[in-house]
Design a protein around this ligand. Structure first.
Ligand SMILES: NC(=O)c1ccc[n+]([C@@H]2O[C@H](COP(=O)([O-])OP(=O)(O)OC[C@H]3O[C@@H](n4cnc5c(N)ncnc54)[C@H](OP(=O)(O)O)[C@@H]3O)[C@@H](O)[C@H]2O)c1
Length: 303
């Protein structure tokens, strides 16, 4: 009988399944195919799976359960906790099709609770579960340069890390089950405050009549520099938001952060406020805007 704490097969796994070919999952699965792995994909909307196969080869399955059969590793990147439960549990879910000791790697940004719940269910069924949310956005997924924050058993992490490195530049185990999702929450809390600060800075500079592209070029070399300033500053100045990480997704993530903070007692006043500001952006029609669109409501308030 295999030790519950480590997966059975040795070496780099070759047979993988990928569930959820969205903005992130589609290119991530593509990197696995390009690396020569035997990839079976599942997407709820089948036409996207067909499009993926036309581009990368491989196979598609009609259910997560079917996709998971004979895969050493099943990877997923779907929307939220409920979506994750629906692709893992039940008769058509991946857990029902996975072979003993296979590993389920979840790249969805979800709660730490659902990660721990699925970790326990997987263990009861002789499977393994790793929470592995990502940062780096659509560009990071396309370029294979994601940061991947993992929670789970060390032996399971070591087993799957070479596979994740096909699209991850920083693939790190942060602790036991749920630690990957908690780390992603830290990431989102840090981003929320920075984007609001950058929005106010650009808004103020524009109201002051400054040449803002030049201003950002200068202050971007000093203590105010940030990823958001480098990658979003100019599009914020221009008022372009039709790309990137959607406000709806950010609100989902901040709700997860605020919920977890209720449990661990952390005080998150700015995060709570920025969450409300994103609510305003949604009401202004910006549900699919990039998260840098926080500046839209400042312009509206000053109009
Ligand atoms: N986009 C980013 O920049 C970014 C960055 C970091 C993290 N993330 C996180 O990554 C996850 C995916 O984001 P995304 O931008 O790739 O989203 P997306 O483009 O909306 O794709 C979501 C994928 O999940 C599938 N899905 C959703 N609910 C499902 C369900 N109940 N059953 C089966 N499949 C379901 C969708 O299938 P259909 O095609 O049938 O709708 C689609 O393939 C989210 O948790 C997000 O927060 C996104």
């Amino acid at each position: 009988m295999t030790d519950q704490s480590s997966p059975s097969s040795s070496g780099t796994p070759q047979r993988v399944a990928f569930l959820g070919l969205g903005v992130m999952g589609y290119p991530m699965a593509g990197h696995l195919a390009k690396a020569g792995l035997d990839v079976t994909v599942y997407n709820r909307t089948a036409s996207k799976a067909q499009q993926w196969i036309a581009e990368y080869g491989g196979r598609s399955a009609t259910t997560p359960c079917e996709a998971a059969q004979s895969a050493d590793i099943v990877l997923a990147c779907v929307g939220n906790d409920d979506d994750l439960r629906s692709v893992t549990l039940g008769e058509q879910g991946a857990f029902a099709g996975m072979s003993r000791d296979a590993v389920f790697v979840d790249h969805t940004t979800a709660s730490a609770n659902v990660a721990r719940e699925l970790f326990s269910i997987a263990r009861e069924q002789g499977l393994h579960f790793l929470d592995a949310p990502v940062s780096g956005g659509q560009a990071g997924a396309q370029n294979g340069r994601l940061t991947i924050m993992c929670g789970g058993d060390a032996a399971v992490f070591e087993h799957v890390a070479p596979t994740l490195r096909h699209y991850g530049v920083a693939v790190t185990l942060l602790g036991e089950s749920g630690a990957g999702q908690l780390t992603k929450m830290v990431n989102q809390i840090a981003i929320a405050g920075v984007v609001q600060g950058l929005s106010e800075a650009i808004h103020f500079g524009q109201r002051a009549g400054l040449d803002m592209p030049r201003v950002l070029e200068v202050i971007g070399k000093g203590a105010a520099a940030s990823w958001q300033m480098d990658n979003r500053g100019n599009t914020m100045i221009e008022g372009r938001f039709d790309f990137g990480f959607a406000v709806d997704w950010m609100r989902k993530d901040l709700a997860i952060c605020l919920d977890e903070a209720k449990r661990n007692g952390a005080s998150l006043p700015v995060t709570a406020l920025v969450d409300q500001f994103y609510g305003d952006v949604q009401a202004l029609g910006g549900r699919r805007y990039d998260t840098s669109s926080l500046i839209v409501r400042l312009r509206k308030l000053s109009a």
